[in-house]
Design a protein around this ligand. Structure first.
Ligand code: ENP
Length: 233
């Protein structure tokens, strides 16, 4: 029925397992969390519901239960370079991008959506954002992005892809729409932008030109100091 992949099988086991794995092995510094309650809060947002009627606020309990501090200077935002960012971040060892925080770690690469009929979850297909905006995944990442930006502090790092055909900084992006408006200016010292081209890839965009100019202006208009480095090693 829908264009997106259906719910990942064994979702409950994966969510609960990832939660325990995160708090016990990956990043025990976040302290004790109730993984069963976290699963209950997660499924509460979408199970047995119309897959196009899930709002970001439906995940509020999940966000509150998974929340932990992100150390200053450890936040890393990105666009179109997921693999590089997460290899570099090294499971929260070097940086803590949203996908390496508990709320993002649990959901990363999973698919999920509900349906009103039995069994309450659609394992066949899920709506994409072009089919309906208020879908289970989109709403999840929206509230997660807003929350992550709000709790980020110190130097804020942004890693972008200089070989991206649409420009390193797409003007419609989670960063522009949900993160940039939600930084707490009093706790942010400055922005450090890295523009990395793909290995052997084209150099389509770089610091100070094209889409990076727009990002610079957006940061200026909000009064933030920023610097940019091309192909930071
Ligand atoms: P894409 O399209 O390159 O990659 C999206 C994939 O990364 C999906 O598999 C998604 O898991 C997972 N993911 C991890 N963090 C996020 C996320 N944070 N997000 C959406 N998906 C995420 O990434 P996008 O869509 O451009 O998003 C990058 C954004 O993440 C940046 O704004 C960055 O600063 C932010 P799943 O379960 O959906 O398959 C926010 C939105 O941290």
């Amino acid at each position: 029925q829908w264009a997106g992949p259906g719910t990942t099988h064994n979702l409950e086991s994966i969510v609960i397992g990832r939660c325990y794995s995160y708090i016990r092995v990956v990043n025990p510094s976040v302290g004790e969390k109730n993984c069963l309650q976290i699963w209950e809060a997660f499924q509460l947002a979408f199970v047995n519901k119309d897959p196009c009627s899930v709002l970001p606020s439906d995940y509020e309990l999940y966000i509150n239960l998974t929340l932990h501090k992100i150390p200053p200077n450890k936040s890393l935002f990105w666009e179109n370079n997921k693999l590089l960012v997460h290899r570099y971040a090294d499971k929260a060892q070097r940086f803590v991008p949203l996908g390496d925080s508990l709320m993002g770690w649990i959901a990363d690469d999973l698919d999920w959506c509900g349906q009103t009929n039995y069994p309450g979850v659609d394992y066949i297909s899920c709506p994409t954002t072009s089919e309906c905006e208020n879908n289970a995944k989109e709403s999840f990442w929206r509230i997660a992005s807003v929350t992550y930006a709000k709790i980020s502090s110190g130097i804020i790092y942004i890693m972008l892809n200089g070989s991206s055909p649409g420009g390193a900084f797409p003007n419609e992006s989670f960063f522009a729409d949900y993160e940039l408006p939600n930084f707490q200016s009093a706790q942010v010292s400055r922005f450090e932008i890295w523009v990395n081209d793909e290995i052997e890839g084209p150099d389509l965009d770089s610091c100070g030109t094209g889409s990076l100019k727009s990002l610079g202006s957006l940061l200026d208009s909000r009064g933030y100091t920023h610097s940019c480095t091309d192909n930071y090693r």
